[in-house]
Design a protein around this ligand. Structure first.
Ligand code: F6R
Length: 249
């Protein structure tokens, strides 16, 4: 097994461990290329990185690539991932806007996807890619089934993802049902993958990712084909694992 699993006492400690790992990467390599994720799980990670920046960590030379962006929101919508990552992280740590990348929401999705792949290909490899985990085993917005060879493309969101993300939209607001996402192969091209999952709602997906078959039906199971993956969990997300909790394996 090439996935290192770290189980922490609670969600806060798990987020702190992930933030420490990102901070260490940036300290060691001030011009690091970071792959960023959005979603509720990542909010405390970014809050901690903002605190690290205020304590002296510079992000001035960092390049960032977000995993994904909704299709169909008006550009500048507060729940677009471009707006979200700026509000939760980028605007507070001095990342050069010219070096922060999110799939464009002002282009036809297929063109935005092709441009994003080209931008990734032109940059050095991502040093560390942050990942959350969908309840259905998605990474980025690679919904089941997603083939391991997939690249950045426009996708339909699954009903379970739309339901899980409804909390970010007002009840009377149209919620996007499509997205542009890095593909599985795009994600696996990063040097290092760092996945954070917390809470009981993720326990089944965590078990399927780590202990189930490697299958397109559980897109996160493809991570087992990468040589440097760390999965950081709280006890609730780790509850379904048959292996020894607390061990790194
Ligand atoms: C977001 C993303 C998604 C989320 C996942 C978990 O950029 O790529 O894969 O990481 O849906 O979302 P939360 O953290 O809201 O449970």
């Amino acid at each position: 097994m090439r996935i290192h699993v770290h189980v922490h006492a609670d969600a806060e400690a798990a987020a702190a461990a992930v933030a420490d790992e990102i901070a260490r990467t940036v300290r060691d390599r001030p011009d690091a290329v970071l792959g960023l994720a959005t979603g509720g799980t990542m909010e405390p990670v970014y809050a901690r990185l903002i605190a690290a920046h205020r304590a002296g960590l510079s992000f001035a030379r960092v390049t960032t690539f977000n995993l994904d962006e909704y299709v169909g929101l008006p550009p500048g919508h507060p729940q677009s991932y471009r707006s979200t990552i700026r509000r939760q992280f980028l605007d507070h740590v001095g990342v050069d806007p010219a070096r922060s990348h999110v799939p464009r929401d002002d282009l036809p999705p297929d063109r935005a996807a092709a441009e994003y792949e080209a931008a990734l290909a032109a940059a050095p490899p991502i040093d560390v890619q942050l990942l959350g985990l969908g309840r259905n085993g998605h990474i980025g917005f690679n919904e089941p089934p997603s083939p391991p060879g997939s690249r950045t493309r426009a996708v339909d969101l699954s009903a379970s993802t739309v339901a899980a993300n409804a909390r970010f939209f007002a009840p009377d607001e149209a919620q996007p049902k499509r997205a542009v996402t890095m593909g599985i192969a795009t994600i696996l091209a990063a040097r290092r993958l760092l996945l954070l999952a917390v809470g009981t709602a993720k326990a089944d997906a965590v078990r399927a990712m780590i202990e189930g078959p490697v299958t397109d039906e559980v897109p996160a199971s493809a991570l087992r084909g990468h040589g440097d993956v760390t999965v950081v969990l709280d006890g609730a997300a780790a509850a379904g694992l048959a292996g020894d909790v607390g061990l790194t394996r």
